[in-house]
Ligand binder design. Structure first.
Ligand SMILES: Cc1ncc(COP(=O)(O)O)c(C=O)c1O
Length: 381
């Protein structure tokens, strides 16, 4: 058993306050500047942030938006996808992925996931493509990119655009390239708990395609190409200047935080392997492809008897979360799609077994030991 000789104390699942204390002068100064200049919507911070983010991800364009959900919606609207169209995605993800497709009147078509990475299984994609398919939307779940070389090749053979739902993977890499720059469009979220989080909602789109970037910029502003002139439909989809100011301050420390996340994820896996043995019969640690670096938006493992483990860990001061307990094809609102229990067995098995452990860049070694000791006591109890 791992030695945890500290007194047990309650810890945060995600600690955003320690980060704020570290970057307070930069955040406060940047917010104060917005309050002074008064351009609360589409202020100079928006252009500055878009340049910083595009450079970071390695794309020609970045278009900031009001949330990750709006990023997906705007991508679909800019591709002129709508009623009668199908978009292929995965059932094991946050609801917003398929919601964005359904909101524009298109039909989400699900493909099961790879059991090791939880991402779209390229071997199953081809069979889901029909003459009505208009786009492929893989998710880079928990901070690890999907297999974009394989997915892009299949999409390309069918002339289909690929939108990466990169809400959880900003900062991750795939074969040395950054998430958001791996397909026609990358769409990310700046929800506060994400690897790069604002102090409210936010998101961004990434592409190298000039005319698509133009359409996405127009779509976030009610489809207007010039003031009060609207060739397309759109929405109030802009990021606030204050959120851009916060994100600019956070980008100054992001490289260090990303390295810490990768280090902490690797350390968790070492501690779990030490505690449960290399065979890990009752606990499965995350599998990261050798060509990927995960940003560990979540550190998610699989256990037997999840509810019991959760209760026991909570009693030991360790909060956990389940991402996600019900796959999207079994959500009540998607009953009309005609799927049923058993349609996607890999997603369904993952949804029964996954549990996420506390994860943020300021987690200490002692915290990690406490988490894994609590896990060991809870699983074997
Ligand atoms: C995979 C995935 N897609 C989309 C979203 C939506 O992002 P937002 O909450 O910023 O709208 C999230 C957010 O949790 C997500 O995890």
């Amino acid at each position: 058993m791992l030695a945890s000789n500290r007194t047990l104390r309650a810890m945060d699942f995600i600690d955003l306050k320690t980060q704020y204390r570290r970057i307070k002068p930069a955040v406060d100064a940047r917010i104060a500047r917005v309050l002074e200049h008064g351009a609360y919507v589409m202020g100079p911070e928006i252009t500055e942030l878009e340049q910083v983010l595009a450079r970071f991800c390695g794309t020609k364009h970045c278009v900031t938006v009001a949330s990750g959900t709006d990023a997906l919606l705007i991508a679909l609207l800019a591709l002129d996808i709508g009623p009668g169209d199908e978009v292929v995605t995965v059932p094991f993800t946050f609801f917003a992925t398929a919601e964005s497709i359904a909101l524009i009147g298109a039909r989400p078509v699900f493909v099961d996931i790879d059991p090791r990475t939880y991402n779209m299984d390229p071997a199953r994609l081809e069979a889901a493509i029909t003459p009505r398919t208009r786009a492929i939307m893989p998710v880079s779940l928990f901070g690890q990119c999907a297999d974009f070389d394989a997915l892009n090749a299949i999409a390309c053979a069918h002339g289909l655009p690929v939108i990466e739902d990169a809400a959880q993977s900003f900062g991750a890499t795939y074969k040395g390239r950054r998430s958001n720059a791996l397909s026609l469009i990358g769409a990310t979220s700046f929800f506060p708990s994400k690897p790069l989080g604002a102090y409210g909602d936010g998101g961004a789109l990434f592409t190298d395609d000039d005319s698509l970037a133009e359409r996405m910029r127009a779509t976030r502003l009610h489809g207007q190409d010039r003031r009060y002139h609207h060739p397309r439909l759109g929405l109030t989809g802009r990021l606030d200047s204050i959120q851009a100011a916060v994100l600019l301050a956070k980008m100054e420390v992001f490289d260090g935080e990303a390295a810490a996340r990768t280090r902490l994820g690797t350390r968790y896996t070492e501690l779990i392997t030490e505690a449960f043995g290399p065979e890990l019969p009752s606990v499965r640690a995350p599998y990261i492809e050798p060509h990927n670096t995960s940003i560990y938006a979540q550190y998610t493992i699989e256990v037997e008897g999840r509810e019991f483990v959760e209760t026991r860990m909570k009693a030991r001061g360790v909060p956990t979360a389940v991402h996600y307990p019900l796959p999207l094809h079994l959500q009540p609102v998607f009953e009309r799609l005609g799927y049923r229990a058993g349609s996607f067995p890999v997603s369904e098995a993952a949804a029964r077994r996954v549990i996420s452990l506390p994860m943020h860049p300021y987690l200490s070694e002692a915290d990690q030991v406490q988490v894994v000791s609590a896990l060991q006591e809870s699983v074997s109890a």
